[in-house]
Design a binder for this molecule. Structure first.
Ligand SMILES: C[S@@+](CC[C@H](N)C(=O)[O-])C[C@H]1O[C@@H](n2cnc3c(N)ncnc32)[C@H](O)[C@@H]1O
Length: 219
């Protein structure tokens, strides 16, 4: 029988147990026993980067780091001139990437094109008012409907969308990862962005169904 090893543990800011585990060569991040992320299902995270890549962005903001699959694909598609800011709320996620996931994507944080911001991605968005970023990729929660961290709610509302728009350069693109489709969020996005669309995303390349949704909009 394959053994599950707990590599590290901590508490989330709201006091729930969070574990990093390894099983059969794959890594799992669990909060309260529920898997929030794993290295087995990363296609939708990479697809976000590919949708951003369509506009060849130079300055990119990614929130959050997770296991770094979005970051890896952004760097693969980016030029030497790319500037990529990765915002991550939890210090343990950055530490665990460096200590335990170096062979997965953890070493990408040392890429000279990458700037790591330990804190809320909303801070980076607010500092970028005036249109600093060509692309903003937001995979910080389960999506507009079904948030894990209530603090992220502000990103998906009318004010949050306006702040994101002003952080984007003209022609820039925002992409939200979501566990669910959400027509009302798509309608709200369409009030602020051009060409808004919901794109079905697979958890892994051979999956039969599109289990996630990527919301895309252009400034
Ligand atoms: C689902 S994971 C991201 C997965 C990532 N796209 C990947 O490729 O592995 C969500 C991450 O966002 C972080 N996070 C949650 N809220 C955040 C916020 N407001 N600002 C920055 N990071 C946040 C979480 O700690 C977690 O590391």
């Amino acid at each position: 029988m394959k053994v599950t090893t707990t590599l590290a543990r901590c508490s989330t800011p709201d006091g729930r147990p969070m574990l990093l585990q390894e099983h059969d060569g794959h890594y799992f991040l669990k909060v309260d026993g529920v898997t929030l992320m794993s290295t087995m299902a990363t296609a939708s995270e990479q697809q976000m980067a590919e949708l951003a890549g369509e506009i060849s962005p130079r300055r990119v903001l990614i929130g959050g780091m997770g296991f770094g699959f979005t970051l890896r694909r952004v760097l693969e598609l980016g030029t030497d001139e790319a500037e990529v800011t990765v915002a991550e709320l939890l210090p343990e996620i950055l530490d665990w990437n460096r200590e335990h996931l170096g062979a997965v994507n953890g070493s990408l944080m040392d890429d000279s094109r990458v700037h790591v911001h330990l804190g809320d991605v909303a801070e980076c968005i607010d500092r970028a008012a005036g249109g600093r970023f060509d692309a903003i990729l937001l995979d910080v929660d389960n999506g507009p409907d079904g948030l894990v961290d209530g603090g992220n709610d502000a990103l998906y509302g009318r004010k949050g969308l306006k702040r994101i728009k002003s952080a984007l350069a003209p022609g820039g693109r925002v992409i939200f990862w979501s566990a669910n489709r959400d027509r009302s969020f798509e309608r709200e996005m369409a009030k602020h962005f051009n060409g808004v669309r919901s794109i079905g995303a697979k958890a892994y390349p051979k999956a039969k169904r599109f289990s996630h949704t990527l919301f895309v909009g252009d400034r």
